[in-house]
Design a protein around this ligand. Structure first.
Ligand code: ATP
Ligand code: MG
Length: 387
């Protein structure tokens, strides 16, 4: 009998012949996440098992596993050599003193085992009742569920608690994209959400130093670090937007300033994608949240790029986005009061329904190519890894 961690993964089952690759990715990501610990990772039909670790590390390992996309749950379990006698002996030894009711839930994955799942439930229920005088069976609302999984590797796993993990798909299974990362609440959440669907991320941040402060930039680095514990390594491209903003301020209609800014951000983002082999752009836009996030505004900003733009929080209320920000621990950093480059030179009345024609006309007053290329040439890159 050995203490182990039993890991459940979810949707991977749906992936048919890709399943093998998904599990391989998931195992690589787990190995990377737990690089500071000694342990053994094995696979048995539909489950992963972590064993041979130092018991003092157990809680820390569990916390780390909760940040690995693709896992839906982790249980502290015991691994028993499969035999009815061994299972009986173990369930007899469970301490039920803090429970009034229980139920047994068995899964007989190994069809060679002598009792079917239902029979095993009933049998172990009896065993537990016989050795614990003050406990009753409650099939509908038990205080504790004794889970018994008889697996084909000749081992049986017993556990009473399942801790929820992040879910989603293994990092890397969906390719790689570029996150537009501001210092706000929404974009770190957007990055997290897309990463959870299997995308690896690079990020780009536009700053307007000296109109924006050094702290504003540090705040973004900190946010990238915070999401990196889920998203793995992030290459952060830091681009100065100062000259571009000054030029827009000087030469474009005030109400179109934000529209033009966002079109230039998208163009720069797309060039970074091409250069770094990234297949999509991710933003934290939410429909109707501000003037630049109306359907018409998004049409006008989208029209300068051909790559898909993923906006995972598009349909979310601010409250919902804030809840996720708290959960992934970016919220406190996001609300630090440093200005973003979008907030300096802010027009009083930004256009709510811009048109492509007027945007193009405004841009004719700028040397777009020179502005974009100069910004890209002065790019600063930071590799962030907090996985
Ligand atoms: P956020 O909370 O993410 O800052 P927001 O509600 O402040 O979003 P906007 O400022 O309109 O909204 O920005 C919309 C999206 O554009 C952001 O979610 C982000 O993806 C991108 N973005 C805005 N400013 C920057 C910036 N300085 N650098 C990189 N991306 C930016
Ligand atoms: Mg913002």
């Amino acid at each position: 009998m050995e203490k182990v961690l039993l890991l459940k993964f979810g949707e991977l089952f749906l992936k048919g012949k890709n399943r093998h690759d998904f599990i391989k990715l998931l195992k690589n990501n787990i190995n990377k996440k737990l690089k500071d610990f000694a342990f053994r990772l094995t696979e048995t039909q539909g489950r992963l098992v972590i064993s041979s670790y130092n018991e003092n590390d157990e809680d820390e390992i569990v916390e780390k596993l909760k940040q690995v996309f693709g896992l839906i749950g982790v249980s502290k379990a015991v691994e028993i050599d499969t035999s009815l006698k061994n299972i009986e002996d173990f369930v007899k030894s469970i301490d039920f003193s803090s429970y009034k009711t229980f139920k047994v839930e068995s899964k007989r994955a190994d069809k060679r085992f002598e009792l079917k799942s239902m029979e095993l439930n009933a049998h172990l229920g009896e065993v537990i009742l016989n050795s614990n005088k003050n406990i009753k069976v409650d099939l509908y609302n038990p205080d504790v569920v004794v889970n018994v999984e008889v697996r084909v590797n000749g081992k049986t796993y017993v556990y009473t608690k399942l801790e929820k993990c992040a879910g989603g798909l293994p990092l890397g299974s969906a390719g790689k994209a570029l996150l537009l990362l501001s210092g706000g609440i929404d974009s770190p959440v957007a990055g997290y959400m897309m990463s959870k669907r299997g995308l690896r991320l690079e990020a780009v941040h536009f700053h307007s130093y000296p109109y924006t402060s050094v702290q504003a930039k540090e705040k973004v680095i900190e946010l990238a670090k915070q999401i990196s514990c889920y998203c793995d390594e992030i290459k952060l491209h830091i681009i100065s937007f100062t000259t571009i903003q000054e030029q827009i301020h000087r030469h474009c209609d005030e109400e179109y300033m934000i529209t033009i800014m966002r079109r230039i951000m998208m163009r720069i983002a797309e060039r970074l994608c091409k250069k770094n082999e990234l297949g999509a752009i991710v933003t934290g836009e939410s429909l109707g949240q501000v003037a630049s996030q109306t359907m018409q505004s998004m049409t006008v900003t989208n029209s300068v790029v051909t790559l898909p733009v993923f906006r995972p929080v598009l349909a979310f209320d601010k409250e919902q986005i804030m809840d996720i920000a708290r959960e992934i621990k970016t919220y406190d950093t996001s609300i630090l009061p440093y200005e973003d480059c979008c907030t300096v030179f802010l027009p009083k009345n930004p256009v709510i329904k811009p048109t492509i024609e007027r945007a193009v006309k405004n841009e004719q007053n700028l040397d777009l190519e020179l502005l974009i290329e100069t910004a890209l040439q002065n790019e600063e890159t930071i590799i962030i890894n907090n996985f």
